[in-house]
Design a protein around this ligand. Structure first.
Ligand code: AMP
Ligand code: MG
Length: 342
């Protein structure tokens, strides 16, 4: 199968409609990361997403719709506070989970009685969703466990020959996946941190909780149980005050003939004495924007990527740190770990 990369206009949209209505997959730009979309109402099309990505069968998908799409037929109820959140943050990088039974293919939510819905802001995503005018189930357009894609080329690198079309909208501005918010209870609950922060949500609706999985519990958001975002090189992770150990790790890798690179926030570069390093940026927004592109860049230059935890304290750092730790196989963000190639 030939994989074409086209802008989200004219021929690109014409083909996208044809592929989506015939049960094929179409990758598309959003403001967070590229998505791998299929008609959410079709079992066969949704099954193809799981097969093509190698995604675990119990990790549910987010449904994407355009800004004027009426979601009432997709859900069982629409809590009042979700209307306020919709006005404040949509279209944008916020996914809301509603109670829902039997309105799209049951494979989308892996049999859960809920449905995650997002209205992406990028003009390319809006043009695509408007053109197809159906709910589109879409996870990030990367092979399962690999780093999420923030350019059309990243999608092509993972899926060339396996999907017919990538709708190119340039580089993704946000860079990390949407905030996932459980809206099935009286107070919304953040299941996955993103650029719409808990503080921002609470400032609109008065309160917002944060979900912590208890030991032995079935996760509320099954995707949280999986390792994600791994670059295809070894990784190591150090606390910000552990520079000496991080440098020793770098020198040891060089001593054994490897090519180590640091991945650090901008202000930490000067302490590395000219050693090879990739720059994450200064603010949380910059780091979110740069993270996946730098993790993918590391795959082509480094044998070992040594991450030093950024000290930036912006609210939006929670989402960045969550991705960075998981890329390095660190669950709690504290220990120094070194992880072999995934
Ligand atoms: P991805 O598609 O890779 O960005 O991942 C989507 C995230 O949303 C995963 O962490 C899923 O577990 C989560 N998710 C999607 N639908 C639901 C749902 N109905 N209930 C809970 N979590 C969900
Ligand atoms: Mg993903």
């Amino acid at each position: 199968m030939e994989t074409r990369i086209l802008p989200a206009e004219g021929e690109g949209l014409f083909l996208a409609c044809r592929y989506i209505s015939s049960g094929e997959l179409v990758a598309f730009h959003t403001e967070t990361v590229y998505g791998l979309g299929a008609d959410a109402r079709s079992d066969e099309a949704v099954k193809k997403i799981f097969l093509t990505k190698g995604r675990p069968q119990d990790n549910p998908l987010i449904v994407h719709v355009h800004r004027d799409y009426d979601i009432a037929p997709l859900v069982d109820e629409i809590p009042e506070y979700t209307k306020q959140l919709r006005r404040a943050f949509l279209p944008g990088p916020l996914t809301m989970i509603y109670s829902s039974h039997g309105h799209v293919s049951p494979l989308v939510s892996c049999g859960l009685d809920t449905l995650a819905i997002r209205v992406p802001a990028s003009p390319a995503a809006q043009a695509f969703l408007r053109a197809v005018n159906v709910p589109v189930a879409a996870p990030s357009a990367n092979l399962s466990k690999h780093v999420s894609p923030v350019t059309a080329q990243h999608v092509y690198d993972d899926f060339a020959g396996r999907i017919p079309l990538i709708l190119d909208g340039g580089e993704c501005r946000g860079g990390i996946e949407s905030t996932v918010l459980d809206c099935t209870g009286p107070v919304p609950l953040v299941l996955r941190a993103g650029l719409v922060t808990r503080q921002m949500i609470a400032s609109v609706v008065g309160a917002c909780g944060e979900y912590h999985m208890q030991a032995g519990e079935r996760p509320k958001s099954p995707g949280m149980a999986y390792r994600h975002y791994s670059p295809r090189c070894k990784t190591a992770y150090f606390a910000a005050d552990d520079l000496e150990a991080a440098i020793a790790c770098y020198e040891a890798e060089r001593g054994s003939g490897g090519r180590p690179y640091f991945l650090v926030e901008h202000s930490a570069l000067s302490a590395l004495g000219g050693r090879d390093a990739l720059d994450l940026g200064g603010s949380a927004e910059e780091m979110a924007h740069n993270l996946y592109a730098q993790l993918r860049a590391a795959e082509s230059c480094a044998t070992l990527l040594i991450c030093i935890q950024p000290t930036c304290a912006d609210d939006a750092m929670e989402g960045v740190l969550n991705r960075l730790r998981r890329a390095c196989g660190v669950e709690d963000g504290k220990g120094n770990t070194q992880k072999d190639q995934a």
